[in-house]
Structure formats: structure tokens, C-alpha cells
Design a protein around this ligand. Structure first.
Ligand code: FAD
Length: 342
């Protein structure tokens, strides 16, 4: 079994609302991978196993019997969730990319792209979703886990400029609506892809989209985020490229089984080297501590507040010019005392 389908310290971390552990003893390495699951149900023959100790509900029995009874109960009660409307609507396309965890740097689904996919999932049918990059990235399955039966991956090496491949793919599909994030979380991250795709499609671009309100044959009505938390309704003619706002609804969690069962459709496409990036020099960012002006503890609260909030000016300090030496000395002394040096 590949690591990506194993749950645990050396496999995949899951974040499910309910985790059903069928015949799993609860080894420490496994428990680590499911720490964030809200509710755990254990089905196990051994009442003393660690999974039973961890579970919110445990069934001590033979798992095959319990599982069969569970399947019968679910299908009998009409609770079985079918695949719903799994019809892929190729008229709506979503562009997604491999993201990067801000602290660990681990590959993951990109936050804004996942929000764009969430917006698309609020429309009728299942959108056509495309990612240009590494088909083996963990991010691919995370997007599938949002309920996609299939994800198209345009196979691209790390050094490639993926915009050409994406533009060609979108152009050949001629969707009337394209949804995407604002910029990639790794790589060049120029934020140009939505605009290049719009140019290829001869489509309008709507940035900062919070929600898609309605859609007709020739236009789409969206809610757009403006500065200061304001919103406005906007109608754009189709075709249109909608860029998801950071304020858009959070993307749903990625479900483990959907992530596992979804189809990764790898497409071999032309690779364009990113010659621009080759000349760049990379180095870690240096943190620059901000100097705040210190004021004497005895200063007024107004002065202390000003010192704490005022922007540091590179010039504009008091300048002593043409003053007698003793006066200047007095000033220097006063400052030294204020700073606590004397
Ligand atoms: C370095 C290292 C890293 C590891 N990383 C991981 C990891 O990431 N993820 C991971 O899962 N493991 C990992 N392991 C392995 C881990 O230590 C355990 O061996 C493994 O999790 C055990 O899997 P299990 O619970 O399926 O099997 P077992 O421990 O064999 O447990 C089987 C359970 O099924 C129950 N059972 C059997 N038959 C029935 C039945 N008919 N009905 C009901 N219950 C039944 C038994 O009572 C038992 O509790 C790692 C090990 C090492 C050394």
C-alpha cells in the first residue's frame, strides 16, 4: 500500500469529523496520523487495544459482521449517499496548483485555489479541474478529496513555466467560466496566470470574487470583495475568469476516501522552460527587527503612545545648529539621562 494511502506518522495525517477504525489496534504511529479527528469510532475484537482507549465509541465484535450490518442499515434507511450529480460540467473549469505550507514548506492544496474550487462546486455539476505540475504531489489527492471524480494533471517539471500549458488546455476546452486563485504559493508566483488565461480565452477577469450568485447563458453575477470589508454585486459577460478572494468561503475538508478513490488523469504536454527564473538568485529572507523609539518611563502617556505608534523617520530628528556649546552639551546630557545612560 503506498504511503499516501496509509494513515499515520509516516503516512497521511487525516482531519476527519468522524474516523471509523475497523480492526486497527491503535499503534502510536497510527494514532499520530489521526490526532485531529473529532470523533473516533472503533470496531475491534480486542477490548484492550489502544484504539478502543482512544475512541469515543467502540464496538467490540467481529468487524465483518458489524460492517455488513452497518451497510444494511444505511442502505435500508435510504441514507446512502450516492455520487450525487457527478456529471462533469466542462463549461466550468478550475485551475489549481500545488501549494506550500507556510511554516513546514510541505506541499499541500493551495488555499486560494481550494477556495476557487469551493466556489465552482457551489454551481451545478462537477467542474473540470486542471493542475499543471507534479502528478504525484500530495496536493493532487487533497483536491480530489473535495469530491472530484477526476483531476486532470498537465505533467510539468519544477523548472517549467506552466502558464503556456494551462493556456493551451483552457483554450482547447473553451469553458465559459474559469475559476482560480490569485497566485501560486510557490515558484515564480507572479499572479499573471489568470490574466494570461483570460487573454487566451478573450475573457473578462473579475478579481476578489467572494461568491457566485447566479449564472445565465451569457453572463455571471458575482459578489466582489472591496477594501474595508465592503461587497458589491457585479455582472460579467461570459466567458469570464473569476479570481477567488481570500474572503471567499473556506474550502471544505478533503475527505480521505474521496481523495483515495478519485482518478488522476495525467496528460503529457509540451514543457516550456522558465528562462526568466533561471537568472534569479535565491536566498533566505533576512528578518529586520523594527526599532521603536524608547521614551522615559516618566514621559507622558501621550508621548509614550506616540513613540510606540509613530513610524520611524530616517531623518527629521532635532538638529542643533549655531547654538552655544554649553547649551548643546545640556541637550546631550538631557538625552543621555532620558535614555537611562546617566
Ligand atoms: C518506524 C515505523 C513507522 C510506522 N508508521 C506507521 C504509520 O504511519 N501508520 C500505521 O498505521 N502504522 C505504522 N507503523 C506500523 C505500526 O507500528 C503498526 O504495526 C500498525 O499500525 C498496525 O496496524 P494494524 O492496527 O492494522 O494491525 P494490528 O496491530 O495487527 O492490529 C489488528 C487489529 O485488528 C483486530 N482484529 C483482527 N481481526 C478482527 C476482526 N475479525 N474483527 C475485529 N477486529 C479484528 C485486532 O484485535 C487488532 O486490534 C509504523 C511502524 C514503524 C516501526
Amino acid at each position: 500500500m503506498p504511503r499516501s494511502t496509509q494513515v499515520g506518522a509516516t503516512g497521511t495525517y487525516v482531519n476527519a469529523k468522524v474516523y471509523i477504525a475497523v480492526g486497527i489496534s491503535g499503534a502510536i504511529q497510527h494514532l499520530q496520523g489521526m490526532t485531529h479527528c473529532e470523533t473516533v469510532i472503533a470496531i475491534n475484537a480486542d477490548p484492550n487495544c489502544d484504539m478502543v482507549k482512544r475512541a469515543d465509541l467502540s464496538v467490540i465484535a467481529d468487524s465483518s459482521e458489524v460492517m455488513q450490518a452497518l451497510v444494511d442499515a444505511v442502505s435500508g434507511s435510504g441514507n446512502a449517499k450516492g455520487s450525487g450529480n457527478m456529471q462533469v460540467n466542462s463549461d466550468v473549469m478550475v485551475l489549481v496548483s500545488v501549494g506550500q505550507h507556510p511554516l513546514s514548506g510541505r506541499p499541500r492544496r493551495a488555499e486560494r485555489d481550494a477556495k476557487a474550487l469551493e466556489l465552482a462546486l457551489s454551481l451545478d455539476g462537477i467542474p473540470s479541474v486542471v493542475l499543471a505540475g507534479d502528478p504525484d504531489s500530495a496536493a493532487v489527492r487533497e483536491y480530489l478529496g473535495m469530491g472530484l471524480p477526476k483531476l486532470n494533471v498537465l505533467k510539468q517539471p519544477e523548472q517549467a513555466d506552466t502558464s503556456a500549458a494551462l493556456c493551451d488546455f483552457v483554450k482547447s476546452g473553451q469553458p465559459s467560466l474559469v475559476l482560480c486563485g490569485a497566485r501560486a504559493e510557490q515558484g515564480e508566483s507572479s499572479g499573471m496566470v489568470p490574466y494570461l488565461v483570460a487573454k487566451a480565452l478573450n475573457a473578462a477577469v473579475v478579481p476578489e470574487v467572494v461568491a457566485v450568485l447566479s449564472r445565465s447563458d451569457d453572463s455571471v453575477e458575482v459578489l466582489q470583495a472591496l477594501a474595508g470589508g465592503q461587497r458589491r454585486k457585479l455582472r460579467a459577460t461570459l466567458p469570464a475568469v473569476l479570481i477567488a478572494s481570500q474572503s471567499a468561503q473556506d474550502a471544505r475538508q478533503s475527505a480521505f476516501t474521496k481523495a483515495r478513490d478519485g482518478l488522476v488523469n495525467v496528460l503529457e504536454v509540451a514543457v516550456v522552460d522558465d528562462t526568466e527564473k533561471q537568472g534569479w538568485q535565491w536566498q533566505p529572507a533576512k528578518s529586520r527587527p523594527k526599532r521603536t523609539k524608547t521614551v522615559a518611563a516618566t514621559a507622558s502617556s501621550r508621548d509614550r503612545f506616540r513613540a510606540a505608534t509613530a513610524a520611524q523617520a530616517s531623518s527629521g530628528g532635532e538638529v542643533l545648529r549655531d547654538v552655544p556649546a554649553n547649551e548643546a552639551a545640556e541637550k546631550v546630557l538631557k538625552l543621555l539621562k532620558e535614555k537611562g545612560v546617566l
